[in-house]
Design a protein around this ligand. Structure first.
Ligand code: ASP
Ligand code: MG
Length: 243
């Protein structure tokens, strides 16, 4: 099976967590699955990069902002590749340029337009785990773009669609999809089954689990999204069905 797995910032925030993610992927890899791993920037790194830019100016060119923010995900993917190397499993990290993940030029909130699959397929055929930067793209003039905060989910779902993956698993530090962000709203209710429409609404309202664009791409491509906890092994399955 070809599996796209996405881990967010909290799940890769330090060395232990990076090895934890690597080991979880290795389990599937040893069972014969092909793994494409999409990662976000470590911890609060994207926020820190934004603060750095604010020290220069609060009115920075959007193109330069995306150039800066694209750094975060590259740090994570290269460190993750090093972790696999240390564990003796072949892996390669790729950024938006190397994969060729194209977007429009709407800096800071770009839409993915085309993802090439040739490079990823070549690496997979060489039995490597392929680690891809979430959140970033390139426009037709070879500028970095970013997909909006939380955009790595969208990278994962779009990659799953382009690769016709068997599953797309989004790992998060909450154990499922709630009506609101359970880290903020204490009486948020965990949802058992959600339709695409409901999920879109919840993510627009800030449920925080899934990036709203990712729900739209999953709907359009009929992709089965699995939302899992990166902290425990318990899994919540969400089969997004059209109403
Ligand atoms: N690193 C980006 C952000 O903090 C993208 C993501 O986490 O999905 O928004
Ligand atoms: Mg997120």
């Amino acid at each position: 099976m070809l599996k796209v797995k996405k881990f967010g910032g909290t799940s890769v925030a330090d060395k232990e967590k990076i090895f934890n993610v690597a080991n979880r992927c290795i389990e599937d890899y040893k069972n014969g699955d092909e793994i494409v791993l999409v990662l976000s920037a470590m911890g609060k790194h994207t926020d820190e990069l934004i603060s750095l830019s604010n020290e220069i100016s609060t009115n920075v060119p959007k193109r330069e902002m995306d150039m800066l923010l694209a750094v975060g995900e590259q740090i994570t993917v290269s460190l993750m590749a090093m972790a696999f190397y240390k564990l003796g499993v072949p892996a390669v990290s790729l950024n938006a340029f190397q994969v060729k993940m194209f977007t429009n030029s709407n800096y800071g909130d770009a839409e993915l337009t085309k993802i090439e699959t040739e490079r990823i397929r070549k690496e997979l055929s060489e039995k490597k785990i392929v680690i891809v930067t979430g959140f970033q793209g390139i426009d037709e003039n070879q500028n970095y773009t970013t997909l909006g905060r939380g955009g790595s989910d969208t990278t994962a779902v779009a990659l799953a669609a382009a690769l016709k993956a068997d599953s797309c698993e989004i790992y998060t530090d909450v154990d499922g999809v709630y009506t609101a962000d359970p880290r903020i709203v204490s009486d948020a209710i965990k949802l058992e089954n959600v339709s695409y429409e409901e999920m879109l609404e919840f993510s627009n309202l800030g449920a925080g689990v899934l990036h709203n664009k990712c729900v739209k791409i999953a709907k359009e491509n009929d992709i089965k999204l699995v939302v899992r906890s990166s902290l425990t092994n318990s899994a919540r399955y969400y089969d997004f069905k059209l109403l």
